[in-house]
Ligand binder design. Structure first.
Ligand SMILES: Nc1ncnc2c1ncn2[C@@H]1O[C@H](COP(=O)(O)OP(=O)(O)O)[C@@H](O)[C@H]1O
Ligand SMILES: [Mg+2]
Length: 290
């Protein structure tokens, strides 16, 4: 019986020499391509990093300039009208709060990018975490007459999550839904097992919706979609990319379905506590070293 293994190419034969030469050429070409790819990767990583730092500096400078400008006017008594004094003090407070939110967000992003953010997974009952989140967003929803409904049943299975990080994700999704939905709109939360081993938690709103390129903007660090409802000072643009990275660190995912003029549904998939395939933290979506 003839075999077509390696031994069939006798060493020294023309075909073997050609094979050896050809193989060497292919190997060299592969190495060259790999080298080129890693160079491109490194360039992209450093470009992403410089872009992030440039954006970050700009974002930090804006509220800092407001704080310096308004406090300067108060300190030099350029403004004496008591109403203006109160108004300018409020501007300073808002800018300082925005700065704090930015710094917290930037710290999270840089920890995620460096692969230093870990999640402490434990069996969690969604209802407990969700109630706390709904309580936090309730005041803002009432202010805008937005009905927030939770359609999650008590029988939702336990999930494997880091309660604090899960709360951070849900607060961002709920506050986005309430923030971008106009008055008298509706927001609903659903939870069900749609995919084996995962609980899908969705926040759906009747807000302005986003097109595909707008979703891409929303998912990038500092990305905010221009719309009549989202004023520049109302957020950092870091919430969604952080929520996405956190969902991936749980071994899950974040998906956005949105239609302009109809509304948005943001869903996160979190592994069930009973999941047989224990989640491996997925690749780091904010990493600049992929
Ligand atoms: N439910 C939503 N409906 C419409 N637009 C949204 C919604 N959620 C997020 N967006 C858009 O995505 C952008 C990024 O969201 P996010 O990262 O949470 O940042 P932030 O809330 O701080 O602006 C928002 O500024 C907004 O333009
Ligand atoms: Mg947000």
């Amino acid at each position: 019986m003839r075999t077509f293994g390696k031994s069939w190419f006798r060493q020294g034969s023309l075909i073997a020499d050609y094979g050896e030469h050809f193989g060497h050429g292919v190997r060299q070409q592969k190495q060259a391509i790999a080298l080129e790819a890693s160079k491109v990767d490194a360039e992209l990583a450093s470009k992403a990093k410089s872009e992030f730092i440039a954006n970050m500096s700009h974002e930090l400078r804006t509220p800092l300039n407001a704080i310096i400008g308004f406090s300067d006017m108060l300190a030099t008594k350029t403004v004496t009208n008591p109403e203006k004094v109160v108004q300018y003090s409020q501007y300073i407070q808002q800018a300082a709060e925005h700065l704090l939110a930015l710094i917290n967000g930037i710290l999270d992003v840089s920890k995620i990018q460096a692969g230093k953010l870990s999640v402490d997974l434990e069996p969690v009952a969604l209802a407990n975490v969700l109630d706390q989140c709904l309580f936090i967003t309730d005041a803002k929803a009432k202010e805008k007459n937005i009905a927030v409904e939770s359609h999650t049943s008590e029988r939702v299975p336990l999930i494997l999550a880091d309660p604090l990080r899960l709360k951070q994700i849900l607060i961002n999704l709920l506050s986005n839904a309430v923030k971008f939905t106009p008055e008298w709109g509706r927001v609903r939360v659903d939870a069900s097992v749609k995919t084996a081993d995962f609980l899908t938690i969705s926040v759906t709103d009747t807000g302005p919706g986003m097109s595909a390129p707008e979703i891409e903007t929303a998912m990038s660090p500092f990305g905010q979609v221009e719309s009549g409802f989202s004023k520049r000072h109302e957020g950092t643009g870091l919430g969604l990319p952080i929520a996405f990275a956190l969902a991936r660190l749980h071994g899950g995912d974040l998906q956005i379905h949105s239609t302009k003029g109809v509304g948005t549904r943001v869903s996160i998939l979190i592994p069930l506590a009973t999941s047989l395939n224990r989640p491996q933290p997925a690749s780091n979506p904010l990493s600049t070293h992929q």
